[in-house]
Design a protein around this ligand. Sequence first.
Ligand SMILES: Cc1ncc(COP(=O)(O)O)c(C=O)c1O
Length: 350
Amino acid sequence: MPVPLFASSLDEYQPRIAEKLAEVARSGRYILGPEVAGFEDAFARYLGVRHCVGVANGTDALTIALRAVGVKPGDDVVLPSFTFYATAEAVVTVGARPVFCDIDPTTFCVTAETIEAAVTARTTAIVPVHLFGNVAPMDELERFGLPLVEDAAQAAGATYRGRRAGALGTAATFSFFPSKNLPCLGDGGAVVTDDDDVAALARRLRFHGSEDKRTFTEVGYNSRLDELQAAVLSLLLPELDGWNERRRTAAATYERLGLGDHAELPVPVAGAEHVYHLYVVRNERLEGVGTGYYRVPCHLQPAMREWGADALELPGTREAALTNVALPMGKDLTEAQIEEVVKACASGST
Ligand SMILES: Cc1ncc(COP(=O)(O)O)c(C=O)c1O
């Protein structure tokens, strides 16, 4: 039996999910009703922020958050090249210029030094990505005095120096894609912030730039989290911390069973409590046991040629792109499965 890369199942929650979905279906409220408001409230409280705005997916969340913190067409936005493509795509969607910075290949996250090398006089925002469930060193990034938009798509529930990922920057974005640590049953996302004005603009932008459906003050989007997804998210949110604990146990088991003899293991950023959305090690010879996750960094993607061609030297990105391999991870990964993966790594690593 091959071990699945995403070893998480919602099987035990299906009866409660079905009941909840039927209740919402009967309610006749499908768009921006009580379920969305209830989830926004619960998720904001969970993170320790004042506002949560539910949107259609994590990519729209980034686009909307960038505009909401004031990024304008022609601005420069600094982001890591080693991330899911959507991070870069959102910068281009708002008309800004992506300036790709490097990462520390041991954490897969940006550092103050890699960002410093990329900041220009035209930079109006920085997007630290909490990649694979790690948390970028946010305290060190405040020195730039620029809005920080955390891409927390992969880091629901992670903490940094005792605060949640998502509560560390000017605004943050989440994805609730089904494979994420906090999943829904399709696409979903959120923008979160402590700033009242950023929240108000994000709220308008998700609904065509309007507060009241009559006056349209911005050209926005139709990008709403829907009632069915919000209902599922409210049901699953109380499980998130327990699930993340199981992911951390699985990571510790990989280590205990000797995986470190066969690959460079993931390193949490100092002060971060990692939530292992993905368990990504470094040893390219393990491709086949696991999956090379981001082999071609964003600045080398064909669609990014205009901004990638004259990108800075990114040696950490090159190293990570060549060597990264995602191994099975999830709340339901068993010790026997981990043993099997470690054995396969032992025979595949030489
Ligand atoms: C780091 C990162 N940013 C952004 C996104 C985009 O989220 P979505 O797929 O919900 O649009 C993802 C999701 O795959 C992601 O992993």
